[in-house]
Write a protein that binds this ligand. Structure first.
Ligand code: CP
Ligand code: NVA
Length: 303
């Protein structure tokens, strides 16, 4: 395992499978009363510069279940919010805690934290990447379809942090992935450069109905991410036709699952009908954040 979890691009297939296998074990053991107190006496600092329900609660609970404690630090309280450089914050926190999780805007900030803190850093979402969510997504897909290799994933919507991370995670695990975005909303150039080497397994299109054909896993995310609220109205217009609805799902495989990292905007990227039809798996996906992140923390932070 690597020293940090900053983005899917940094992980090998073996790294990903190691996390997923331990996550499965963590889930089984939690449900069977077997505890893993491998982080006894350890502290995780959690820096949040954006809102969160799942990430905050799953990291805090996960840390507690592993025998350690988590500190919730919002930018309203930290000196970061008043302009203290990330390099100084990193060097200070590194003297107190055993790991840092950060949710922020710039990927560079997370990379700097990793460079300067001297302790493992976990990306809890940036504008570029959401690796913790994608690990939970891969775990959920494997639970539902038993394998990853050879499956086809379709991502419909904004070429955002989720799209970037899903493309890399899926391709590294031997899946095919088709991504449908409106023109001008394509995934990050670094991710497209990575995907170029997987020519037959990767497709980028502006046609959702083409993208979804024979898909085993259909994924979407909000059209306006955190920090883009001012563009929400424009995006609703630009993303017309990029909704996961019953009509679109007809072209997917019969046993296709639908994933959404949440929060979901019913009536925008997904209809209420499709959301509720697939709700059991979507909430398994949310639950799996806990198990996947416990695996990540155990691998990065235990002795
Ligand atoms: N999916 C996800 O990261 O949710 P939160 O924003 O609630 O943490
Ligand atoms: N793309 C979304 C994901 C939220 C978990 C955002 O960044 O707001």
């Amino acid at each position: 395992m690597k020293k940090h979890l900053l983005k899917m691009l940094d992980l090998s297939k073996d790294n990903i499978l190691e996390i997923l296998n331990l996550a499965d074990q963590m889930k089984y053991d939690l449900k069977n009363g077997i505890s893993h107190r491998v982080l006894e006496g350890k502290t995780l600092a959690m820096i949040f510069q954006k809102s969160s329900t799942r990430t905050r609660v799953s990291f805090e609970t996960g840390m507690y279940q592993l025998g350690g404690q988590a500190l919730f630090l919002s930018d309203k309280d930290l000196q970061i919010g008043r302009g203290e450089p990330i390099e100084d914050t990193a060097r200070v926190l590194g003297r107190y805690v055993n790991g840092i999780m950060i949710r922020t805007f710039e990927q560079e900030e997370v990379e700097a934290l990793a460079e300067w803190s001297g302790v493992p850093v976990i990306n809890g979402l940036t504008d570029f990447a959401h690796p913790c969510q994608v690990l939970a997504d891969l775990m959920t897909i494997r639970e539902q379809h038993s394998v990853l290799e050879g499956l086809k994933m379709t991502y419909i919507g904004d070429g955002n942090n989720m799209a970037n991370s899903l493309i890399v995670g899926a391709l590294k695990c031997g899946m095919k992935i088709s991504v449908a975005t409106p023109k001008g909303y394509e995934p990050h150039p670094d991710v497209l450069a990575f995907a170029k080497d997987f020519s037959t397994d990767f497709e980028l299109t502006t046609d959702p109905s083409l993208s979804v054909i024979h898909s085993d896993v259909v994924v979407t995310d909000v059209w306006a991410s955190m920090g883009q609220e001012g563009e929400a109205q424009k995006r609703v217009k630009d993303f017309a036709g990029f909704q996961i609805n019953d009509n679109l799902m007809q072209a997917a495989n019969k046993k296709a699952i639908v994933l959404h990292c949440l929060p979901a905007h019913r009536g925008e990227e997904i209809t209420a009908e499709i959301f509720e039809k697939h709700a059991d798996v979507i909430f398994d996906e949310a639950e799996n954040r806990l198990h996947a992140q416990k695996a990540v923390m155990a691998l990065l932070m235990a002795e």
